[in-house]
Design a binder for this molecule. Sequence first.
Ligand SMILES: C[S@@+](CC[C@H](N)C(=O)[O-])C[C@H]1O[C@@H](n2cnc3c(N)ncnc32)[C@H](O)[C@@H]1O
Length: 231
Amino acid sequence: MSEQSNQPFITQDGSSSLISDKFGEAYHSRYGALEESNHVFIDAGLKHLIDLGKDKINILEIGFGTGLNAILTLLEIKDKPISVSYTGLEAYPISLDEASVLNYSDLLDIDKNTFIQLHECEWGQPQTFENFNFTKHQIEFERFQNSQTFDLVYFDAFAPSVQEHLWEYPFLNQIYQMCSDEAILVTYCAKGSFKRALKQCGFKLESLPGPAKKREMTRAVKCILIKSSGN
Ligand SMILES: C[S@@+](CC[C@H](N)C(=O)[O-])C[C@H]1O[C@@H](n2cnc3c(N)ncnc32)[C@H](O)[C@@H]1O
């Protein structure tokens, strides 16, 4: 059981979010949690890869939090010939009571049990929901190591003003090393120093319109450079 007490609130699109007790930050944009997750992670990330023809997708989520990105991913691929292996990382899980007051299942018209199961399932134990294979790890991002590579990274840490080191080269390069060739990373952040650090890792950047009231978001593509023969 978590000892934190995160404060629930309703964002401007009517969907729930939390204010983190530990970080003093909102888990989502105050203009709309659902709007932000759909725009940044589902539309610019998951749907983009599906449109490119990918039907087996390994996703890494940096910050499982409320589970909103995970449930939206499960819903997006439901009844489609696509399989997703989803790895969510979280060091400071919300409690089951906190998860229970989130209104996502009402808004998304899904069985609340499915959403709650994402929170109830054992850490480190894969759980299968038809074509959605889900594993969450209770670990600090910085300590996560994995032999598998990821095709899509939902980079959803708290903002650089709160967790600066996660938006800098050393940690981003750790993520880059876990990415498959042409993997993409999506995030709500478009800060200049962050984008420069992504480039330094070898990512190619696309600046896309952000969700409500946000001018820009970032999509980064891993580019494997072909070394010249030296001629
Ligand atoms: C912006 S919130 C994530 C929002 C989440 N994707 C959602 O839809 O609710 C960032 C999350 O990262 C977690 N977190 C922050 N620092 C961490 C760290 N160093 N290692 C692991 N988790 C961390 C927080 O507890 C929080 O759940």
